[in-house]
Design a protein around this ligand. Structure first.
Ligand code: 5GP
Length: 111
């Protein structure tokens, strides 16, 4: 099922792109909850972590590398949160796997 993010990946919808290569896209969140709020997503469509197959897990080293580079670029490398909401009861609203990179203010404990 194509989602908003699927359409952003295909350039059918606009977004503020902060990183892109053949496998990944990273954009600014349209409703940021912190001064830095980026969304890093594989271009391949997975609903969420649970939908990934074993062969897809090799995407993770690059995902982490992209997060590290963006954290430096946006000057939050000393403190940021990288998380994914897996499933509607965890707060997932867009059913295309994405990781939030959040920082730029004290984030406190996870609630
Ligand atoms: P989720 O709730 O699925 O973990 O995260 C979805 C995120 O996508 C939310 O933080 C929301 O603000 C963001 N979002 C929703 N629609 C759009 C959009 O059209 N463009 C961008 N850049 N972000 C969006």
């Amino acid at each position: 099922m194509t989602t908003i993010f699927g359409r952003i990946i295909k350039k059918e919808l606009p977004a503020e792109v902060v990183f892109e290569n053949d496998r990944f896209l990273a954009i600014k969140d349209i409703y940021p909850i912190a001064p830095v709020h980026l969304l890093i997503m594989p271009k391949k469509e997975f609903k969420n972590l649970q939908a990934m197959q074993e062969e897809d897990l090799k995407l993770f080293p690059e995902l982490i590398e992209i997060a590290q580079k963006l954290a430096e670029e946006f000057d939050v490398e000393e403190g940021y949160r990288l998380l994914t909401n897996n499933g509607e009861s965890a707060g997932q609203t867009i059913l295309h796997l994405h990781f939030h990179l959040i920082g730029g203010r004290p984030l406190g404990a996870m609630g």
